[in-house]
Design a protein around this ligand. Sequence first.
Ligand code: FMN
Length: 324
Amino acid sequence: MRILLVSCSTHKEGNSYLALKEAERGVRDKGIETEWLHLNEYFFSNGTEKEYLSDLIQKVQSSDGLIFGTPVYFGAWSSLAQRFYEYLKENKVDLFKKVVGFVVVGAKRNGGQETTITFAGWDLMGLGACMVNDGYPVSQFGGSCVGGLIGDVLNDKEGLQMSFNTGKRVAETAMILNAGYMSGDTRMFIWPPNHKKMNRCRGCADCPSKELFDKNEDFKCRFSDDEMPEIHKQLMESNLISPTIYDLRFFERTRYLRRDNYRLTYHVAWIPEPKWIPLFIKQNCILCREKPNQYAWLVSTGKEKLTLEKQVYQPIGYKNPYIK
Ligand SMILES: Cc1cc2nc3c(=O)[nH]c(=O)nc-3n(C[C@H](O)[C@H](O)[C@H](O)COP(=O)(O)O)c2cc1C
């Protein structure tokens, strides 16, 4: 198995390359090989392109997953990355069964790292790939790093850690897809369910409830006076989530699932519009736009064949009474 590291900056050894090297360490940590693809060797700064790009396509096709390391330019990925994406699209390269992840570097803290990952992920999922984030312990969008001058990213320990984790998560997901079968059952959960009564999340500091946590209850939100306990069961039995109506009240209500060690980690979410990406990526799901049934089968059969790392939730910015 092999993960392709796609370096998307004109700076050969710039910040996004350095962050991508951390992701490479994460991939290797899982015992998976890596290969590098430096886009500036194919698509040049003066707008011209290498004459034969067949080796580029061959590298993509023979990989099990891709991690993009890109600078943030105006809140989006680089034009090198965009040209690469267009090239794959023009040549009808199918990314089905491949997983993508992102490590991105901007000069500013809120410089558009998240918009970059959201829209890059949307485009690549359109070519058939599935998308994951950095996984536990923080489960955000991927490797979101800060660094302006070349080398500055090395001071962003948090960003580099998320990049490392992105490497691990992409590698693990690739292993699951590789081990899975292209047959099985689809247990689809239509999101939101047809509920008549749904409370809003009250944002409890000790979520999930300590009492229910200690009792090892499966449903761990202390508020059960609506339809959520029943919906919880249906959701837990499903392997594919199909979002329909953008109901944020219901989404808020699933916060206890994220905080209960990412209960939706191996659910596939079938993404109909980009605005759903932040919601499901933070729930630690595996996202796709194409072949949702096939991804659901591969993930649910593949994960049974592997010993997976437990996804342990880590509170950030507050304390939970039962997490030391
Ligand atoms: C054309 C251009 C646009 C940029 N736009 C942004 C931006 O929107 N947000 C941000 O945080 N940084 C922005 N930057 C800064 C780069 O993202 C930052 O310097 C990054 O570390 C470069 O990565 P590299 O060394 O891998 O090329 C921009 C830089 C350039 C050249």
